[in-house]
Ligand binder design. Structure first.
Ligand SMILES: *[C@@H]1O[C@H](CO)[C@@H](O)[C@H](O)[C@H]1NC(C)=O
Ligand SMILES: *[C@@H]1O[C@H](CO)[C@@H](O)[C@H](O)[C@H]1NC(C)=O
Ligand SMILES: *[C@@H]1O[C@H](CO)[C@@H](O)[C@H](O)[C@H]1NC(C)=O
Ligand SMILES: *[C@@H]1O[C@H](CO)[C@@H](O)[C@H](O)[C@H]1NC(C)=O
Ligand SMILES: *[C@@H]1O[C@H](CO)[C@@H](O)[C@H](O)[C@H]1NC(C)=O
Length: 944
């Protein structure tokens, strides 16, 4: 029987039996074949997912076949009169493959009004311009499916759009393999402007991980044209670099605004005339600044306010605490000052209060301990004082008060909070004794951090009871522990353990080794560094990501059993007494980005099989006895930023082939047996990002490598466009450190400032002149050419190095006068010109007035202050330079200021830096996409 006959038969039966019309819909023939064709473009799903955002997974298309009527198919809605397909919902349908290619049959469904394709796997597909043919679309959502490419300009033809959802991550892939790299969509201003101008009824705009970096304020202000319709505006992680017009906050119907993770989106909150229905406002990780106005309290419907990690300053707005609907308040990571209000009247729904990372002072008010609806209280990283009161709320799940100036006794009422999951009370001045048996009621506890409480005695060592059965993270660093907490032994769920900076001695107990390999199946991070552990290294199991055991006394070989831990991200075995060879397998771990084996007694060669596409950013093998030539496979480490091979016995020519590494910033080959001439110039832009270049204490000969010096782009403009201090690396689990000779002393920098740019060629056998091009390295902070055979005069261009803080040219054969122009180097703190053949008068003025005798000794023909040898024209000069100083306004005051402003001074002061890791924005995107899924499943408009 063919389909025509069948259709007629159904219509006839309907007519005969008076069925309601929707049962008897007959699907349009062309639409049906378009759908069947669409079905055939997809692969049949086969993989099972570890994590699944879809509550149920259908292969909806299973019910699609050429026998049944398409209006009855899963996910298909037809118009009741015409039988045309007007709705297609393939959310969570496990579709995999290329979507919406130019000839996709979906574009033949001209009557479509609603098209939902979220949570499938269309990675790499882009939206074809034919989407503009579906002019009757009111709902278009493609979120969480990995769509990339340009949003076609024809999307502006969809003038009836009400809901647009394009969040460009592949959720299914991502949640099952977090290492997936994710690409993005692009949306240009032309398309955006047309769309906003044409689709004037838009209610909801959800764009995430769409590159809108060329969108400007004028385009954003077009949103005000949607004033009567716009209800939800979600623009997450869109790279917008513009100021948001304040009027957006005044659109009369807006209920939800989420603009988070747009680091360069600026703006301020309005002082008046806020949009009244606003329920949800999130501006996390944007550049919004200014005060949080008290008028924000006029938003009577506001239930969630998230302004985390912006630049807001001023007082914590007390009026906020009189809002009655507020359920979540997050003002963390700003620069807010003042106290938390002691008296509040309403705020009866508040469940989540996050104020961490500000400069709040005063005590924690009493209501925080007793607020009935409170689930989360995060006040850490502030300057709160006083003691912690007794808790009388029973529902609290998150309590984070770390890093405040709290004192007094450890509050015993905490041990009664049976619902507590997270407890962070590190770095306080609390005193008393905490014994592990007190935790017996906290059976829900997942995270416990009591680290760095100098006045608290933490007794976790002599207890065999089965406590804290659900604990996943235990942080007890700097807690004066002398042995491993035995209560960890029966735990199954442990994921993270930090026992660093304690006094644990002896070898690792057997139960700990056993657990590590067998019971702790989910362990991902272990930190035992800075103890006094000895004996053989513990073996990290497969599955672990972070393994830190540096600064102990471990000895013996690195066992080849280490090769099972292929999941490692960070491996730090530095500062132990390890011997033997480096296991070759380490070069093949796909995710390992930091490998630190420095200061052991390892010998043999480097791993010689660094695999293609590896993740290495930091490779520190310095301070061992490694020999042999360098493996050329290091060129596969294309993400490498720090390569430190100093203090080994490596015998090789200069590895010019490292020139091509695009992000290499630190290269140290100091104190090895490198030799030969560095005359290679093989790449157009060699070492494009290099900032620290240390090849001192080797056997290099020939001229200084002028071709490199001429091209070190990274040393020419490192300070430009930079606000504040930034350090290398982006992860709190490992920070790059480096030993450099700075101002004549060997110093270990625990973090590497990205502005630190130094060259050290000292203690080689370089000869010839100092290349003039050195004056182009404007960002250079330190230059050491000492102990070589350099001849000629000091090039005048050297005076252009206006950021230079130390300059060592000692023990060479330089001659001529010391150029007067060098006195313009305002930051020069250390100068060593000794043991050369300089002649004439030592210049005076500027920083030169601070240098002493030993900067110049061993130059028999040099004269003037501070040497005891006078010059003939001394008197005349001295008076002249004083006049010069006064005329140019350059006197002692400036010298002192200059001294204090040196970049390296910042390091010594130790500046705090926050790393905003990607996972945060990702988490929010995932949350938004998942929420939309929830919302959508509740309000599916066309399925009863
Ligand atoms: C229905 O589909 C099957 C399998 O693809 C095919 O063999 C058959 O010819 C189709 N029937 C009609 C009526 O198109
Ligand atoms: C689009 O909608 C309009 C108005 O409802 C209707 O007249 C028109 O036929 C529709 N177009 C298509 C292709 O369905
Ligand atoms: C606006 O929408 C209409 C109707 O779909 C379309 O014909 C027109 O081309 C669109 N204009 C722009 C600028 O896209
Ligand atoms: C606020 O609203 C009032 C009354 O509508 C109006 O007069 C005033 O100009 C508005 N202020 C701003 C800054 O828009
Ligand atoms: C909060 O409300 C109380 C009582 O209504 C009032 O006394 C107090 O001034 C209000 N605080 C602020 C900052 O508006």
């Amino acid at each position: 029987m063919n389909w025509v006959l069948l259709s007629y038969l159904i219509i006839f039966l309907c007519f005969l039996l008076h069925f309601p019309s929707y049962i008897c819909l007959v699907c349009n023939h062309d639409d049906k074949y378009a759908l069947l064709q669409f079905k055939n473009t997809f692969l049949v799903p086969n993989s099972s997912l570890a994590f699944d955002p879809c509550s149920s997974h259908f292969s909806m298309m299973e019910s699609w076949n050429n026998i049944t009527d398409c209006c009855g198919w899963d996910g298909v809605t037809c118009d009741s009169k015409s039988g045309h397909v007007i709705g297609l919902d393939l959310t969570c349908s496990d579709l995999r493959g290329e979507l919406l290619g130019s000839n996709s049959s979906i574009f033949r469904l001209r009557h479509l009004q609603q098209l939902y394709l979220d949570f499938n796997d269309f990675s790499g597909s882009s939206i074809h311009s034919a989407i503009g043919d579906l002019v009757n679309l009111t709902h278009l959502t493609l979120s969480g499916s990995g769509i990339t490419g340009h949003v076609p300009s024809t999307i502006s033809h969809l003038s009836k759009l009400l809901y647009l959802g394009l969040i460009s991550i592949d959720l299914l892939l991502l949640l099952n393999d977090p290492t997936t790299s994710y690409s993005e969509m692009r949306l240009d201003p032309y398309t955006w402007n047309k769309l906003i101008q044409n689709a004037t009824n838009l209610k909801e705009i959800s764009l995430g991980r769409v590159n809108m970096s060329s969108i400007r304020e004028s385009s954003l202000s077009l949103l005000t044209n949607l004033s009567s319709s716009l209800v939800s505006l979600y623009l997450l992680d869109t790279q917008i670099q513009a100021k948001l017009p304040t009027d957006i906050f005044r659109l009369p119907n807006l209920q939800e605004i989420d603009l988070s993770y747009n680091e360069n989106l600026r703006g301020e909150l309005p002082n008046s005339n806020w949009t009244t229905p606003l329920r949800f406002l999130s501006l996390s990780s944007t550049a919004f600044s200014g005060y949080i106005p008290d008028s924000i309290a006029h938003l009577k419907s506001l239930s969630s306010l998230t302004l985390r990690d912006c630049n807001f300053n001023g007082l914590l707005p007390l009026s906020l605490f009189n809002l009655t609907q507020l359920d979540q308040l997050d003002l963390s990571e700003n620069k807010l000052v003042g106290p938390i209000p002691t008296h509040i009247t309403k705020l009866s729904k508040l469940s989540y209060l996050y104020l961490s990372g500000n400069m709040l002072n005063g005590p924690i008010p009493r209501w925080c301990y007793s607020f009935p609806s409170m689930l989360s209280l995060d006040l850490q990283d502030n300057q709160l004082t006083g003691s912690i009161g007794e808790f009388s709320t029973n529902f609290l799940q998150y309590l984070l008060l770390s890093n405040n100036k709290l004192q007094g006794n450890f509050p015993n009422s905490i041990f009664q909070l049976q619902n507590l999951k997270f407890l962070g009370l590190s770095s306080t001045n609390l005193s008393g004794i905490v014994d592990c048996h007190q935790f017996s009621k906290l059976r829900a506890l997942v995270y416990l951090d009591l680290s760095s409480n100098n006045f608290l005695s933490v007794n976790f060592e002599n207890n065999f009871d089965y406590i804290l059965p659900n604990l996943q993270y235990l942080n007890l660093f700097s807690s004066k522990l002398i042995s491993f907490p035995k209560f960890l032994a029966p735990m199954q769920n442990l994921q993270g353990l930090d026992l660093s900076h304690n006094r644990i001695r002896g070898s690792i107990p057997n139960w700990f080794r056993e657990n590590l390999l067998r019971s702790w199946k989910n362990i991902s991070s272990i930190d035992l560094s800075f103890n006094k552990l000895q004996g053989h290294l513990p073996i990290p199991p497969n599955g672990i990501q972070i393994f830190l055991v540096s600064n102990n006394k471990f000895s013996g070989d690195i066992s080849s059993a280490m090769c099972n831990a292929t999941t490692l991200y960070v491996l730090n075995l530095a500062h132990n007494n390890l011997t033997g060879l480096i296991p070759q397998c380490l070069g093949t771990f796909p995710s390992l980005w930091a490998l630190d084996l420095q200061n052991n007694n390892l010998y043999g060669s480097l791993p010689h099989n660094f695999s293609k596409g590896n993740s290495f950013q930091t490779l520190k093998l310095n301070g061992n006895q490694l020999n042999g030539p360098l493996p050329q496979s290091l060129t596969h480490c294309t993400k490498l930023e720090v390569l430190d091979l100093g203090n080994n016995n490596i015998e090789d020519m200069f590895p010019y082939w490292l020139e091509t590494l695009p992000t290499l910033q630190v290269l140290s080959l100091r104190s090895n047996k490198f030799h030969g001439v560095i005359n290679s110039f093989h790449t157009k832009l060699p070492f494009p990002r290099l900032k620290i270049f240390d090849i001192s204490n080797n056997y290099f000969i020939g001229p200084l490598p002028a071709s490199y010096i001429h091209n070190f782009q990274g040393m020419m403009n490192a300070n430009d466009n930079q606000t504040g201090l930034k350090y290398l690396g982006n992860d709190s689990s490992y920070t790059d450190s480096i030993v450099i000779v700075m101002k004549g002393q060997s110093i270990e920098l625990e973090r590497i400032l990205t502005v630190l740019t130094t060259i050290d060629f000292s203690n080689n056998m370089f000869e010839g002149e100092v290349p003039k091009a050195i004056g182009e390295l404007h960002s250079l902070i330190g230059l050491n050419l000492s102990h070589n055979r350099i001849t000629g005069t000091i090039p005048l261009t050297l005076a252009n190095l206006s950021n230079l803080e130390w300059l060592d040219l000692s023990w060479n054969q330089l001659k001529g006068e010391i150029p007067m122009a060098l006195t313009n180097m305002n930051f020069l703190e250390v100068l060593n010109l000794s043991q050369n053949q300089f002649e004439g008068v030592i210049p005076t003025g500027g920083q030169f007035n601070t240098f002493e005798n030993d900067s110049y000794v061993g130059n028999p023909m040099l004269c003037g202050i501070p040497l005891s040898k006078f010059c003939n024209e001394d008197k005349e000069r001295a008076t002249r330079s004083i006049v010069d100083e006064e005329e140019s306004g350059f006197g002692w005051k400036c010298v002192v200021v200059g001294y204090a402003c040196g970049i390296m001074f910042g390091i010594i002061l130790g500046c705090n830096v926050f790393f905003v890791g990607k996972p945060q924005w990702l988490a929010r995107l995932v949350e938004v996409v998942l929420n939309m899924r929830l919302i959508r499943t509740n309000k599916k408009p066309y399925k009863s």
